[in-house]
Design a protein around this ligand. Sequence first.
Ligand SMILES: [Zn+2]
Length: 221
Amino acid sequence: MLWILISLFFVWCAFREVRASQVAPPGYERAQPLSLPYLAIVTALAVAFAWPPVHRWHFERFLSATATELADGHRARVHCNTVWDTMLDTQMLASGHAVIATGEIGLQHPWCGTLRSYMNHPQRANTEELWALAMLTHESMHVRGEENEARTECQAVQRNYRTAKLLGVPDPIARKNALDYYQIIYQERGRIGGLQSEYYSTECRPGGLMDEHLEDSTWAP
Ligand SMILES: [Zn+2]
């Protein structure tokens, strides 16, 4: 919001400059010559300050549409928290959270950025980027209606391949990323135990009790 206000200030500066070249400003006898360098600078600043919030808004809309599709049509609204939002968030320590009733998904700073870098180079996704992919799927599964963390996470494990494809990742890479998450990161969780075990189940495997037998499951043959 602050950035938009700063941008609007520069829009006003540009407007004032153009207007002064057409109508004599107060205290002047006639219109003033237009300063093109000044106009170029304030216009560039207006665009530069408007760009981050517009870019973020556009990305949020894209993620919301993706999450809604993953949640089988339950409407999801993804919000990418800025540093400031994250500091004010009551669930600051959770990297992502979702409200089932409203479909609101909050991704903490800088996870949306991590997700964006994943989308830029999925073929060399690192652990954090795979986490970001799985986080979007996980929160979407909450919006779909699941509250239990182990079941939510297992539903996500099976759909990370679908998510990656919805994010525009080419097929074989999407499959590999989703399988890497399941075979490495997810299994590690079971070994670490503690808080992590809340998100893990030995039944989350092909043929296990949590297998939904999805046609496009991450682990489908
Ligand atoms: Zn959860």
